[in-house]
Write a protein that binds this ligand. Structure first.
Ligand code: C2E
Ligand code: CA
Ligand code: CA
Length: 648
């Protein structure tokens, strides 16, 4: 009972309308409501204090002839000085930005001051009315009525403050009227009670409505700042936090870090398990990430699978790294979704302000670049921004511009690397590999410009060019030679690729079974849902399809069973190490056996030594490719070679 009373009183004097039956709120919202209430009162304060001073002066003049004039003068002087003091204080605090949260203690102080001011006015009818002239009495009556109305108005959103202010004036009036049995006074008392009731009722209705409006506004603002799926702050909220951090940096030099996370393999989860599972995955990720942060900091979801954190008041760089490591570690255990165990990972980019920038634009650009490098280093990587990154990003942009002109400028060409059939002992085909002769930078490897082409969408144009050029070459070569072209995942986003292939084959008058498409596993599990459909269409057209870089991705075997590939290409990393590392040898052997089981071809990539070739021959690999057999060659090199073979 005691604690109940205490908490009720705490609520009551903190201006909380829950004390009068309104639905309760949490303390954060209550503090926000208090801030709004107080800011409203502060808005009126200067005027009200001026009115107080003015009223006190009028009263002193009205009581000039009264026997209590000395006391009235002292009283008025006290009120005028207090009103001036509080008025100036209120004016000063109005200049400070409105706070988001106001403590209960501040509200207690306000209620206490209201009571003190009310009591000051409550003294007036008790002390001065009886001995005043009839003119003086009229002034006192007017003043009391005015102060009652003014007080109710000033505290119209805080009933307890309105009560604290008006109650002493009511009390004073009651004492004054009750002392004299005059019938006119009785009538006045009735009037005062009616006024009081009307005023207080008005205050209650108004404050409930005010509170309802503030809560609705608060809810609306929260929705604007919250991600509906994970309930984390969204990009809007993140930008505001970033702005706030930058302001604190400018004001007090408080350093901070921005961490940007991008989930690895999220698209795969979405594609394999469906969108509801993808959503559930994000919700679980959000919960795990939130658990890694300090209480006052919130991870925000700023994009589909992008999360970000602003770590304010950063004293040591290692703290940012420690949190990033916790984020990465949060993915150690798989996520349980719909009975499946789904594993995930995240890469993290980090920038430090002001070291890496002091504007939102610079910081976000640089953290993006850091994240890009982290993603390139593989799942679970963490990278700080480095000034060199910015340079490499600029380089990439410059190269992209050059690449746009490269096709027209005839700077691209294909080289061809042979496949050797081990049983037949002859060359059965070539893989077409793209080269770019840059006018200034010289020969640029495809590992540099293909990713740029993929990111910028130029790959569609480039890929079309490769296919057309390969078909033209095929038309000049013997019928039993095939050409394999590499196709990027991005190209399968565009169903137009089918038409390009059919057109190129028809125009060059080449049989479809001589063109092979090399794709990597990653594109089957990538975001392009149309990949399997396009693959099947290609196979129906009679093309062959090879699975490139086999073994470097994951869950390869499932795809082999689902999609009718014509060939598997064992990645060069296994061939390089198979003679020294037993596990690589085991993989090579079992992939060859698997291909034979599935009755599809198998090629070993990157054969560089005679020992490797011999080993592959013994394990009955179908075809080999590598520097030992032939480096990628230009068309003219190939025809010279052919001529010398014929001559021999
Ligand atoms: P990839 O498809 O795995 O191509 C094989 C890469 O291994 C080629 O590098 C080739 O020159 C190299 N290579 C061949 N034999 C050996 C060997 O014995 N030892 C070693 N160490 N390397 C060998 P390249 O030409 O630099 O191509 C790199 C990658 O660029 C290719 O990997 C492919 O993914 C991509 N690429 C090349 N041309 C195209 C293209 O026209 N379109 C697309 N989308 N990607 C292409
Ligand atoms: Ca390839
Ligand atoms: Ca390969």
């Amino acid at each position: 009972m005691r604690t109940y009373l205490r908490s009720y009183a705490a609520k009551l004097f903190a201006g909380d309308l829950a004390a009068f039956g309104a639905p309760p709120t949490d303390e954060a919202l209550a503090g926000h409501i208090r801030a709004e209430q107080i800011s409203l009162v502060l808005g009126y304060s200067v005027g009200i204090m001026l009115a107080n001073a003015c009223n006190a002066l009028v009263l002193a003049v009205a009581l000039w002839q009264s026997p209590d004039w000395i006391f009235a003068l002292i009283w008025a002087a006290a009120v005028i000085s207090a009103a001036t003091f509080f008025g100036l204080q209120a004016r000063g605090s109005r200049r400070v930005a409105k706070p988001e949260f106001v403590s209960r203690r501040t509200m207690y102080r306000l209620v206490r001051n209201a009571l003190a001011l009310g009591a000051t006015w409550g003294i007036v009818p008790v002390a001065f009315f009886a001995d005043a002239s009839s003119g003086g009495q009229l002034v006192i009556t007017c003043l009391c009525a005015g102060m009652l109305a003014g007080g109710a108005f000033a505290f119209a959103t805080i009933p307890i403050a309105a009560i604290a202010f008006t109650a002493p004036i009511f009390l004073g009036t009651a004492i004054c009227l009750g002392r004299d049995g005059d019938f006119v006074y009785l009538l006045m008392a009735v009037l005062v009670v009616v006024y009081g009731a009307v005023l207080l009722r008005g205050v209650f209705v108004n404050s409930l409505e005010f509170r309802r409006r503030i809560i609705a506004q608060h809810d609306a603002e929260r929705t604007v700042r919250q991600d509906p799926l994970t309930h984390l702050p969204n990009r809007v909220a993140f930008n505001e936090t970033l702005d706030g951090a930058l302001k604190r940096l400018a004001r007090s030099g408080e350093e901070f870090a921005v961490l940007l996370l991008d989930l690895d393999r999220f698209k795969e989860v979405n594609d394999r398990f469906g969108h509801p599972a993808g959503d559930e995955f994000l919700v679980q990720v959000a919960a795990r990430l939130q658990r890694c942060t300090r209480a006052a900091e919130h991870v925000a979801r700023i994009g589909g699978d992008e999360f970000a954190l602003i770590m304010s008041n950063l004293t040591r760089t290692e703290d940012a790294l420690a949190i990033a490591e916790q984020f990465v570690a949060a993915f150690a255990d798989p996520f349980l979704i719909d009975g499946y165990e789904i594993s995930g990972a995240t890469s993290v980019g980090i920038v430090l302000a002001p070291r890496d920038g002091n504007t939102p634009h610079d910081l976000l650009k640089h953290v993006d670049i850091a994240l890009y490098r982290a993603k390139k280093s593989g799942p679970g990587s963490i990278c700080f921004f480095e000034a060199d990154d910015d340079k490499s990003a600029r380089d990439r942009r410059a190269l992209q511009g050059d690449l746009e002109r490269a096709i027209e400028a005839d700077e691209l060409f294909l080289v061809y690397q042979p496949f050797l059939d081990l049983r037949k002992g002859r060359i059965t085909g070539f893989e077409a590999l793209l080269r770019w002769q840059h006018p200034v930078r010289g020969l640029i490897p495809p590992t540099v410009f293909i990713p740029i082409a993929e990111e910028s969408g130029l790959i569609h144009q480039l890929g079309e060019w490769v296919i057309r050029r390969a078909c033209t070459t095929l038309s000049r070569w013997p019928d039993d030679i095939r050409i394999a072209v590499n196709v990027s995942a991005v190209q399968f986003q565009n169903v137009g690729i089918l038409q390009t292939i059919v057109q190129a084959l028809t125009e060059a008058n080449v049989s479809p079974n001589r063109l092979e498409i090399e794709i990597t596993e990653s594109m089957l599990i990538s975001k392009y849902g149309s990949a399997p459909a396009i693959l099947n269409a290609l196979l129906e057209l009679g093309l062959t399809v090879a699975l490139d870089d086999f073994g470097t991705g994951f869950s390869s075997l499932t795809y082999l069973r689902k999609l009718p590939f014509s060939r598997i290409k064992i990645d060069q990393s296994f061939i390089r190490d198979m003679l020294t590392q037993p596990d690589c040898a085991a993989i090579v052997k079992s992939v060859i056996a698997l291909a034979q089981d599935l009755q599809i071809g198998v090629v070993a990539e990157g054969v560089e030594t005679a020992e490797q070739l011999e080993y592959l021959r013994q394990t009955s690999c179908d075809e080999v490719q590598g520097y030992l057999i032939g480096r990628p060659m230009s068309l003219s090199e190939i025809s010279t070679l052919q001529r010398s073979v014929h001559a021999a």
